[in-house]
Write a protein that binds this ligand. Structure first.
Ligand code: ATR
Length: 280
């Protein structure tokens, strides 16, 4: 019996910017899978219909990007722990006739951090997180699951950080934005989850002078690949973790669900997407 082709896609509004088709297209070719991964612009007033007709349209599932991550979370039948913690979903698949959802940003971030800086948790020290949006939620959930005892949360508007502290509990300590350097000198990891640095815009103005030499500085912004934050941290001799690896690794669980193969994030894939970003 021949297997029928499998289909998945990414939906958003707009969707042109998405790099997901390039990532999944690379894996479909590499593993010789009979399937497609496309992008679809879905007008907001039709998104509910899209989710309810996913299976009848012949799709195994989809990725969901802005502005539909919260809507997807609300409309699915089953949610995993990460989607529940974040309150938003980026990966949907059909299983046992039901629509399931995950938020794979947690997996993507923690996996790449573990690969690039295996010893990140060696010192029992706080983790510093800048920003309090959806990406911050996914990463907070990851660090809490990994067992860190304290997360220092810095956000330009403190109220938003307080909401997260309420949601995630006493291991989250909200700190004033203007103390993001001074209160991070002992941090094991400092992560930027804000949009500052995207396309070179703005600066987080961190002073790394007194940072612990083993601190790992990571940025979820991946365009440009070397953000101002990463450049400054490198100049101070600190180890850094870029945002592209998170993007690539967050795609792994979805591909496996839809196409039945757990794909590998290869250097070739990294270089290909990096070239695309640098050339954009
Ligand atoms: P996402 O869901 O992708 O994390 P978001 O919900 O729009 O995106 O959150 C963006 C984050 O970047 C917020 O923490 C935001 O801070 P505020 O809550 O104070 O708005 C932060 N951010 C955006 N521009 C910023 C800037 N110029 N300086 C500091 N923080 C900024």
């Amino acid at each position: 019996m021949t297997k029928s082709p499998k289909h998945a896609c990414v939906i958003g509004w707009p969707i042109e910017h998405s790099r997901s088709p390039a990532i999944h297209g690379y894996w479909l070719a590499r593993y010789g899978i009979d399937g497609t991964y496309t992008k679809r612009a879905v007008p907001p007033d039709t998104v509910e219909t899209f989710f309810t007709s996913l299976a009848s349209e012949g799709l195994s599932g989809c990725n969901v990007t802005i502005p539909f991550k919260e809507t997807a979370f609300r409309l699915v039948d089953e949610r995993d722990a990460s989607a529940t913690a974040v309150g938003a979903a980026n990966t949907l698949w059909i299983e046992g006739g039901k629509l399931h959802a995950s938020n794979t940003d947690t997996y993507g971030y923690m996996t790449y951090l573990g690969l690039e800086a295996e010893d990140w948790s060696r010192r029992d020290a706080p983790v510093s997180i800048l920003g309090a949006g959806g990406a911050a939620r996914a990463i907070i959930h990851g660090f809490l699951e990994a067992g860190v005892s304290e997360i220092r949360l810095f956000n330009r508007s403190a109220e938003r950080a307080e909401v997260l502290a309420q949601a995630f509990g006493p291991r989250i300590k909200v700190m004033p934005w203007d103390q993001r350097s001074r209160a991070s000198t002992e941090a094991s990891v400092l992560v930027n989850t804000t949009s500052v640095g995207l396309k070179g815009a703005g600066s987080l103005d961190l002073d790394f002078t007194d940072f612990h030499p083993d601190c790992i500085v990571s940025d979820i912004v991946y365009a440009p690949l070397e953000t101002g934050l990463i450049r400054d941290a490198r100049r101070h001799g600190l180890r850094t973790v870029d945002g592209l690896g998170m993007l690539l690794h967050q795609a792994v669980p979805g591909f496996e669900k839809w196409f039945g193969v757990r794909p590998e994030v290869t250097d070739e894939l990294y270089d290909r997407i990096a070239a695309d970003i640098e050339g954009a």
